[in-house]
Write a protein that binds this ligand. Structure first.
Ligand SMILES: [Zn+2]
Length: 168
């Protein structure tokens, strides 16, 4: 099973309005790192995101079904070095490419990682919030919806702004 970004956002919408998430959280160190996996048709984006708090978080977004070519053309606009050779990729159509995500912040890990894991959209292992003994706090995602945190949302917005992901 696999899902696309629009499917995750639409599942999240009744629980959390994605457009109310902060979309301007800056990348903390250097540019977004892009790692291509030509053989498995995967493009991995990795960044350290930092908002107002002192803590920064690691955000990984992976798109599947990404094609790489030897020559530049209309659907392969961006160059990337693959073992010393230039390959071309993207923009990635988010309706055609399934997604996998990892984010190190507590909101993502405790609220959404299990749900994303269950549909094959999580990078790594899931964790669930364990309330302290005696706590009356309810479940953090009672309807078990798919979703993303503000760091992931902000990184995706940056990729969209750069024209690297598009929705067609
Ligand atoms: Zn986060």
């Amino acid at each position: 099973m696999a899902v696309t970004l629009p499917q995750i956002v639409s599942d999240m919408a009744p629980f959390r309005d994605p457009h109310k998430l902060d979309s301007k959280i800056p990348v903390y160190t250097g540019p977004v790192r892009e790692t291509p996996f030509v053989g498995t048709k995967v493009m991995l984006f990795r960044a350290e995101m930092k908002g107002k708090s002192a803590v920064s978080y690691l955000t990984y977004v992976q798109f599947n079904n990404v094609s790489f070519t030897d020559e530049k053309d209309a659907t392969h606009k961006f160059p990337i070095d693959v073992e010393g050779k230039t390959k071309w990729w993207g923009p990635i159509n988010i309706n055609d490419s399934t997604i996998r995500i990892y984010d190190s912040c507590p909101d993502f890990r405790f609220r959404f990682s299990k749900e994303l894991y269950d549909v094959g959209a999580l990078i790594g292992n899931w964790k669930r919030y364990t309330p302290v003994p005696g706590s009356t706090r309810g479940p953090v995602n009672p309807q078990e919806r798919l979703g993303i945190c503000k760091h992931t949302w902000s990184l995706l917005n940056l990729l969209k702004k750069q024209g690297k992901i598009v929705e067609k």
